[in-house]
Design a protein around this ligand. Sequence first.
Ligand code: ZN
Ligand code: ZN
Length: 183
Amino acid sequence: MKKDTYIDIHIIGEADTVIGLREVEETIRKEFRSATKISRSTINPENFYDPSRKQYHSTKILKEMLDELPADASKMIGIISHDLFIPILTFVFGEAQLDGNVGIVSFARLQQEFYGLPPNQALLQRRLIKEIKHELGHTFGLIHCSLRECVMSVANNIADVDAKGSTFCEGCNELLRRSQKGQ
Ligand SMILES: [Zn+2]
Ligand SMILES: [Zn+2]
């Protein structure tokens, strides 16, 4: 990876009032061996609201994020509080361009409150970190991993998110490093 690039942590809406950004930054720096910057989005999620689904179109927001990607940023990871969807699925925890520049994570369904449970900040943070690593992994070309303990394993529901590990398995880690060298 080029020395002067960084991963842009892109806050869409009021996300940073709920989550611990410092921990997010530290994780990204360590795991992706990259500098980070935090930016505030000018994207208005309401433009991507689907009234029939009462959710926000993830792919359209990703497209918009590409326009906001700074020239010196290697990747951009969006963090949003709104519940995201893509047309073929009832919801997504996040989405990313495979081997691309942008990914997004929603913490709507990572919050205990979504399931009628009392809030748990530590749990929310753990889940968010996993999903951020997962979506950023996709931007580095990683596909879904069959190992349950790997953060690149697929999560279809919140139990899957909790069950999977928070780190890359040996194979995925190897691919990640190779992909970073190629940049
Ligand atoms: Zn995935
Ligand atoms: Zn893996």
